[in-house]
Design a protein around this ligand. Structure first.
Ligand code: ARG
Length: 427
């Protein structure tokens, strides 16, 4: 870890202080070996004044109980039909999980309380099927949960809802967590499950999706997702659309999963977000220090032409920075040559620990977009060492130095770097 990582981590603390995080834990995670470590992470969150609300699932324990008693269940998820027997077993599974959570929290000196904050109605008869004791969330007792939070007590919410007239229902815990997060205007909803996050069709972890991209993914590519993940994706989209800024799907079996996701700006699981996460903007005077730091190594490696703070200050309107959660992690410059309708992409650099995350590609795309919006017909660049990268990832093609605008060509010949000239036609 270097100093700039530390700065990034610490920047999240004031951002998240006093905010509510709803953390939904699958029953399988409560049962796994890493659960005690997870509770250590919860203690860290509490120590920086993050308000934690826990919602838990029970599917894993429910299945175990059914196996133990050699009996069948009408449903394990709280989505299908819950018959009387399945409901009884759900209550048993739920008290077991709640107990395990309280026990683990106690060992970290965290005070917690099992609640009856979910007001539920029966799911009803849909499409001719009576869902019996399956319920849906009618209301959340927000003032009760807030009261506990004010007293530094962690509310523990199980997937059982109460109708206030002596009847209770089994509800899907992902849905409960979504409703709780929305009702509390939570800053975050975090699903901890036994998967690395949401994987794309090639089996690769999707790091982040804004809500629109998440919806698109849900519509077109989510057929093969495991049921557990599919459900998280759907509830994440709803939560984001209803005011929860960020929903995370994380692997609860992983040590320090919570901390790595919350306090690093890259994260370790999948984040679905409704607020700003990454942006490219024009550089400002106060960014010069950060830009100089970004280009120091590439300058030493002779990848970028040496330049000083005063050079950057002079050309500031041409510089852009890539920010992730307000931290500058990449930069570039776009120099205009209006006479020949050309623009030059220069000084593209991404911080070492942010390489291979597609940031360079996003910068190139952005450069193309705004150069073309500004009426330029061609984007060119000079590269001594990274030309393969620009050709493979950016689709640039090699050209003869004679394509350069005259004033640029004179400089090119004078500095003797013999860089390769690459170009891309803009539309
Ligand atoms: N630490 C930040 C947050 O908790 C960003 C996390 C980014 N995570 C990701 N999977 N891209 O909001």
């Amino acid at each position: 870890m270097n100093v700039s990582d530390l700065r990034g981590i610490l920047a999240y603390i004031p951002q998240f202080r006093e905010k509510v995080f709803v953390i939904a834990i699958d029953g399988a995670i409560v049962a796994c070996e890493n659960f005690s470590n997870l509770v250590l992470d919860l203690a860290v969150l509490r120590s920086v004044a993050i308000k934690v609300v826990l919602v838990h699932g029970i599917a894993h324990q429910l299945k175990q109980l059914a196996a133990l008693l050699d009996t069948d269940l009408s449903d394990t998820t709280g989505i299908g039909v819950t018959d009387q027997k399945t409901f009884e077993l759900s209550l048993m599974a739920s008290s077991k999980v709640s107990f395990q959570i309280l026990e683990a929290l106690s060992s970290s000196d965290l005070k917690a309380c099992i609640t009856n904050a979910i007001v539920a109605h029966p799911f009803g008869i849909v499409g001719g099927i009576d869902y019996q004791l399956t319920g849906r969330v009618k209301k959340i007792d927000v003032s009760f949960i807030e009261h506990l939070l004010q007293k530094n007590i962690i509310p523990v919410i199980s997937p059982i809802g109460y109708d206030g007239e002596g009847k209770s229902y089994r509800i899907n815990s992902d849905a409960v967590a979504q409703s709780v997060a929305e009702a509390l205007h939570a800053e975050k909803l975090i699903y901890l499950c036994p998967y690395p996050g949401i994987l794309n069709e090639e089996g690769k972890l999707i790091r982040e999706l804004d809500v629109a991209a998440a919806q698109e993914f849900h519509k077109n590519c989510s057929k093969n997702l495991p049921e557990v993940i599919h459900s998280k994706l759907e509830h994440a989209i709803h939560a984001c659309k209803n005011g929860v800024n960020r929903v995370h799907v994380l692997d609860g079996r992983m040590d320090e999963a919570l901390l790595s996701e919350i306090f690093s700006n890259r994260g370790i699981g999948t984040m679905i977000y409704a607020n700003q996460y990454e942006s490219i903007r024009q550089a400002r005077k106060k960014d010069i220090g950060a830009i100089l730091k970004l280009i120091q190594e590439p300058i030493e490696a002779d990848e970028i032409l040496p330049r000083k703070g005063s050079d950057i200050a002079r050309d500031l309107p041409f510089y852009y920075v890539f920010e992730r959660d307000n931290q500058i992690v990449g930069c570039m410059a776009i120099y205009p040559y209006p006479k020949t309708s050309q623009a030059e992409l220069g000084c593209l650099s991404v911080a070492k620990n942010y390489e291979n995350q597609g940031i360079g590609r996003k910068l190139m795309k952005f450069a193309e977009k705004i150069s073309s919006e500004q009426g330029f017909k061609q984007l060119f660049l000079l590269s001594t060492r990274a030309y393969v990268y620009f050709m493979q990832k950016g689709g640039f093609k090699e050209a003869d130095p004679s394509i350069l605008p005259l004033e640029r060509r004179i400089k090119y010949e004078k500095n003797g770097r013999k860089s390769k000239v690459l170009y891309k036609v803009l539309n």
